[in-house]
Ligand binder design. Structure first.
Ligand code: FES
Length: 110
């Protein structure tokens, strides 16, 4: 079982998601040493596990720096994979077609 899956939606994480503003993208560190990516685009809130599907490592090498130069896509710092910020699907790079693990409440209930 994925240790970040159910435990990621703690009251603190949900509070952070509720306070996100349009265009925001931030890192949320977890007590187990893992981290999450929280963002809001076009009014939609997303929460992803901060783990690239290519090698299973964190996307950011500067903590919290996830955005590509276009300011829209998420980018893995290691090999440059680009991810759609709403679906988490890799659109370019060595893991094209794979996706970040989505954890936000909208995904779980809908
Ligand atoms: S580890 Fe993310 S693209 Fe290779």
């Amino acid at each position: 079982m994925d240790s970040a899956t159910p435990s990621a939606l703690t009251p603190d994480t949900l509070a952070i998601l509720g306070e996100l503003q349009e265009g925001a993208c931030r890192r949320i560190d977890q007590s187990d040493g893992s981290s999450l990516i929280a963002l809001q685009r076009n009014g939609a809130v997303r929460l992803f596990r901060n783990r690239c599907p290519h090698r299973g490592i964190e996307l950011d090498w500067v903590p919290g720096a996830f955005l590509a130069v276009d300011g829209h896509h998420l980018q893995c710092a290691t090999h440059g994979a680009l991810f759609d910020p709403l679906s988490g699907v890799c659109i370019s790079g060595p893991c094209a077609g794979d996706a970040l693990q989505r954890l936000d409440p909208d995904h779980r209930t809908g």
